[in-house]
Design a protein around this ligand. Structure first.
Ligand code: NAP
Ligand code: MG
Length: 454
C-alpha cells in the first residue's frame, strides 16, 4: 500500500493525498472488468449508444468542475482545460453513433453466405500520461466502450484527479459497474500489470518513446494488441512565399501551448533563409506578447510545467552558456514556471534541436529550398505532426505528401480533431486514434461462412 501527494504546479503546495493501487488491487479490478464484459458486450447497440450519450451529457454538465480540477492538478490554462473537458464530451458523442453502425461485410462466396463481424476484444488497458489527462483518456475509452469492450484506465501518477471524476460520472450516467474502471497507481505497478495480465486484451499507451518500447516488448509475450502514441519533434515549415505575419503570429501557440508539454508541439521551426530575418523579428514580438501567467486567468496562454522533475529535465537542455535568441516572460514566485525560449542553433546536431524536450523551447533553423526543407523535416526518428506554410498550392501539396508525419496542417497549426485520424509515423507511434477507423483497433474481424447446401 502506498500513497501519493498531488502537488499543484502553480503553488507547489499539496493538493490531495491519494491511495495508489498495488498488484492485488489491480488484479481485482481487471477481474471485475472481465466479468462486466460478459454482459456489456450483449447490451443492445441502441442502448449502449444511449448510455454513451448520457455519459457525454453528464460530462458536459460538469465541464466547469472538470476544467477547474485540471487547473488545480495540472496547471493547465482554464481556456485549455474547458476545451479538454469538452473534447471528452465530443469524443463520447462521436463514438455513441458507433454501436449501431459496427457493420461487417457480406462477401460473395459459392454455396453459402460469408459474413464478417466486428467483435469486441474484452478488457482494454489504457495508460495515460500527465500532459493531457482528459482528452487522451477519452480517445481510448470512447471508442473502446462503444465497440463493446470494458476498460481499465491508469491515469498518470501526477494527474489522476479528472480521470477519477470521469469514472464517477460514468456511473452517474448509468454505465454499469465494472465497465469503466479508473485505477490510480504507478506505471511500474498498475501499468505493467495491464501488460502482463492475460485478461487485458489490448493496451492503449500514450507517453514517452522509451516506456512505449518497453510496453511493446511486454505485449509480445501474449501477442497483445497495442496502440502507441509516443513523442514528437514536429517541424513548422515556413516558405518565403507564405503569409509570414500569420505564420509568426501562430508559431508561439504551436509550440508553447500547454507549456510545450504536447506531443504535437511544433518544436522545430524551419524557415526559408530569404525570409529568416523578417520572420525572427515578427516571431520575437509574438513570443514576448505570449501571456505566461496564473492559469486560472481567462487571459492566460501558458501555465507552469507539470512538476519540479519536468522543470529539471527541461533546464538540462539549456546548460550555462547556451546561446538563446530570445525569451518570453514568466511570473516570479512559486510554481514551476519556465519562460518561452527560442534557440537559433548553428546546425541540426544540437541536442535541444534533435530531442523531444517537452517544455517551452523551440529551435529555429534556416533552409534553402523545397528539397532541403523536406530533407531537414524528415531527419528525425519522430513523425507525429507538423505545419507547412506556403501560398503556392502545388508546393503545399507536394510537401505535405513528402513529410513523414501522421498529422499535418497547411497554413494552420491545427491538426487535432476528434473525427479525423491521429497518430504517428516512425518512433512517434503505432496505429491511429480518433476518426472513423479507430473502432477497427478495438475490435477483431471475425469471418463466418454459412453453408446453404444442406
Ligand atoms: P512516461 O513515463 O512514458 O509515462 C506515461 C504513462 O506510462 C504514465 O501513466 C506512467 O505512469 C506509465 N508508465 C511508466 N512506466 C511504465 C511501465 N513500465 N509500464 C507501464 N506503464 C508505465 O512519461 P513521463 O515519465 O511522464 O514523461 C517523460 C517524458 O515522456 C516527457 O518528458 C516527454 O518527453 C514524454 N511524454 C510524451 C507524451 C506524449 O504525449 N507523447 C506524454 C507524456 C510524456 P507513472 O505516472 O506512474 O509514471
Ligand atoms: Mg516516467
Amino acid at each position: 500500500m502506498s500513497n501519493y501527494t498531488i502537488i499543484s504546479p502553480v503553488t507547489e503546495k499539496p493538493v490531495q493525498e491519494l491511495h495508489l493501487a498495488d498488484v492485488a488491487e489491480t488484479d481485482a479490478v481487471i477481474s471485475k472488468a472481465a466479468k462486466a464484459f460478459e454482459t456489456w458486450r450483449l447490451v443492445a447497440p441502441g442502448d449502449r449508444a444511449k448510455l454513451l450519450r448520457k455519459f457525454a451529457a453528464i460530462v458536459d454538465a460538469h465541464n466547469e468542475e472538470l476544467a477547474q480540477l485540471e487547473v488545480l492538478n495540472s496547471g493547465h490554462t482554464i481556456g485549455n482545460a474547458r476545451w479538454e473537458a469538452g473534447n471528452v464530451r465530443d469524443v463520447l458523442n462521436y463514438y455513441s453513433a458507433a454501436p449501431e453502425r459496427l457493420f461487417g461485410r457480406q462477401i460473395p462466396v459459392p454455396n453459402g453466405i460469408d459474413i464478417t463481424f466486428k467483435e469486441p476484444l474484452g478488457v482494454i488497458g489504457i495508460i495515460v500520461p500527465w500532459n493531457f489527462p482528459m482528452p487522451i483518456a477519452g480517445w481510448g475509452f470512447g471508442p473502446a466502450l462503444a465497440a463493446g469492450n470494458t476498460v481499465v484506465l491508469k491515469p498518470a501518477e501526477l494527474t489522476p484527479l479528472t480521470a477519477i471524476r470521469l469514472g464517477e460520472l460514468a456511473l452517474e450516467a448509468g454505465i454499469p459497474e465494472g465497465v469503466f474502471n479508473v485505477i490510480p497507481g504507478k506505471g511500474s505497478v498498475v501499468g505493467n500489470r495491464f501488460v502482463t495480465h492475460p485478461l487485458v486484451r489490448k493496451i492503449v499507451f500514450t507517453g514517452s518513446t522509451g516506456v512505449g518500447k518497453e510496453i511493446m516488448r511486454g505485449c509480445a509475450d501474449q501477442v497483445k494488441r497495442l496502440t502507441l502514441e509516443l513523442g514528437g519533434k514536429s517541424a513548422n515549415i515556413i516558405f518565403a512565399d507564405a503569409d509570414i505575419e500569420k505564420a509568426a503570429a501562430g508559431a508561439p501557440g504551436a509550440v508553447f501551448d500547454n507549456a510545450g508539454q504536447d506531443c504535437c508541439a511544433r518544436s522545430r521551426i524551419l524557415i526559408q533563409r530569404s525570409a529568416y530575418d523578417k520572420f525572427m523579428e515578427l516571431f520575437e514580438v509574438a513570443v514576448k506578447k505570449f501571456r505566461v501567467e496564473d492559469p486560472s486567468l481567462d487571459t492566460a496562454e501558458m501555465g507552469p510545467l507539470i512538476s519540479a522533475t519536468q522543470y529539471q529535465r527541461v533546464s538540462e537542455f539549456l546548460p550555462e552558456g547556451t546561446p538563446i535568441a530570445f525569451q518570453g516572460s514568466k511570473p516570479s514566485g512559486p510554481g514551476y514556471w519556465f519562460a518561452p525560449t527560442v534557440l537559433a542553433p548553428k546546425d541540426s546536431n544540437d541536442r535541444a534541436y534533435r530531442e523531444e524536450i517537452f517544455g517551452p523551447v523551440v529551435s529555429v533553423l534556416p533552409f534553402e529550398d523545397e528539397a532541403d526543407a523536406i530533407r531537414i523535416a524528415n531527419d528525425s526518428e519522430y513523425g507525429l505532426s507538423g505545419s507547412i506554410w506556403s501560398r503556392d498550392l502545388g508546393r503545399a501539396v507536394r510537401v505535405s505528401r513528402a513529410v513523414e508525419a501522421g498529422n499535418l496542417s497547411v497554413n494552420s497549426n491545427s491538426s487535432v480533431r476528434y473525427w479525423t485520424p491521429f497518430g504517428g509515423y516512425k518512433q512517434s507511434g503505432l496505429g491511429r486514434e480518433l476518426g472513423p477507423d479507430a473502432l477497427d483497433s478495438f475490435t477483431e474481424t471475425k469471418n463466418v461462412f454459412f453453408d446453404t447446401q444442406g
